[in-house]
Design a protein around this ligand. Structure first.
Ligand SMILES: *Cc1c(COP(=O)(O)O)cnc(C)c1O
Length: 373
């Protein structure tokens, strides 16, 4: 019999009182009757830009749109090549295709699971226009090499920091390295809204002006359209909720790091179990706590029978997705990405997870390997 039910993720009132603060903010936004843009959105944009140490932030409808808008603003279009990791969430790659560019997939590092400048460097061609380092699972990519590569070949660096709000490299927040960067406020992200949301951040005033216009129908002034834009705006009510959550983001990330440390300590030295590795100079905010084992499917199945939910990020690497057969890649092209897809398991980890819940996960993993070791 399952001793306890452990969800993969749950929304808890952590830090205590946050739920009430969010409710009050939402009520305030509702009563203001300002539903689209306005002061609440502007204030959140300013607070988020300050947090990321980027010049400006512009709220958009979701993380995917943030990537598309960032690519557009950087002038990426038809025929341009954009280097992306083969093990990212599909949104990163879809956004490249959306603007008419060609995604060029790269192997991740086998320890950090992140794209490295060394892997990207070998894929640079005269048609390469941009690289999208994805701070996967919440760990900052090693950015110095990307900045060198960018200077050497005149490439645009666009960070995808959807999973890593609050992480840093050499003490500087992710999102502040790229010429323009994109993030998501999908509810389960480290900084999550109450629905869809996203933001583009940049310190380049020309790109700021472009994004401001492009995300709101290409208008600089109501009914005066400079460019053919889209409608992708951050809802005012979401901005109100995000302002509250942003104040607690460091506390939420610290709690994730504390929980991760418990797993790292207690799951050491078990058979072939590979625990997450954080590179020097990088911080990890554990959006996902990813472990690896050859017995992944059996372990997941066993945990499930014990009432413990897990997830797989991601079961199919981009080059083996049906949607991407047109790129012409084959199985075997990215051995590291393929191995990650076959062996990765994400354990429950979320702010407010109880000690009893985490103990249950740890105990069950030990029991599984005692039987299958
Ligand atoms: C969640 C996520 C996105 C997309 O965000 P949405 O808001 O769901 O569109 C993009 N990239 C990565 C790495 C993500 O994890």
């Amino acid at each position: 019999m399952p001793i306890t039910q452990v969800p993969y993720f749950a929304f808890r009132d952590f830090p205590a009182g946050i739920n009430q603060q969010v409710e009050e903010a939402v009520l305030r936004a509702f009563r203001s009757q300002q539903y689209i843009l306005g002061e609440e959105v502007e204030t959140f944009e300013n607070e988020f830009a300050a947090y990321v140490q980027a010049g400006r932030a512009i709220g958009v409808g979701n993380g995917y749109d943030a990537l598309v808008v960032a690519l557009k603003a950087a002038g990426i279009g038809a025929g341009d090549e954009v280097i992306v990791p083969a093990n990212t969430f599909i949104a990163t790659v879809n956004a490249v295709v959306q603007v008419g560019a060609i995604p060029v997939l790269a192997e991740p590092d086998r320890y950090t699971c992140n794209l490295t400048a060394a892997e990207a460097a070998v894929l640079v061609t005269p048609r390469t226009k941009a690289i999208i380092p994805v701070h996967l699972y919440g760990q900052a990519c090693e950015m110095a090499g990307f900045l060198e590569l960018s200077a050497k070949h005149n490439l645009t660096i666009i960070e995808d920091f959807a999973q890593a709000q609050g992480a840093s490299y050499q003490g500087r927040p992710v999102g502040s390295f790229g010429r323009i960067s994109a993030t998501s406020f999908y509810p389960t992200k480290n900084l999550g809204a109450l629905g869809d949301g996203g933001a583009v951040v940049t310190s380049d005033p020309a790109l700021t002006d472009y994004v401001r216009m492009y995300h709101n129908y290409g208008q600089q002034q109501k009914y005066h359209n400079q460019i053919v834009g889209i409608n992708s705006r951050l809802d005012t009510v979401q901005a109100a909720a995000l302002r509250v959550k942003l104040q607690h983001l460091d506390a939420l990330n610290s709690e994730r790091q504390r929980l991760a440390q418990v797993y790292l300590t207690r799951l050491q030295g078990i058979d072939d179990l590979v625990l997450p590795v954080t590179a020097p100079d990088c911080t990890h905010v554990y959006h996902i706590f990813n472990i690896r084992t050859k017995q992944r499917d059996a372990l997941q199945q066993y945990l499930s029978t014990q009432g413990i939910q897990t997830a797989i990020h991601y079961p199919v690497p981009v080059h083996l997705q049906e949607a991407y057969t047109f790129l012409g890649y084959k199985k075997g092209n990215f051995p590291v990405a393929e191995e990650l897809a076959e062996t990765s398991l994400s354990l429950p980890l979320f702010p407010g997870m109880t000690e009893a819940e985490q103990e249950a996960v740890i105990t069950c993993i030990h029991t599984f390997f005692e039987r299958h070791g």
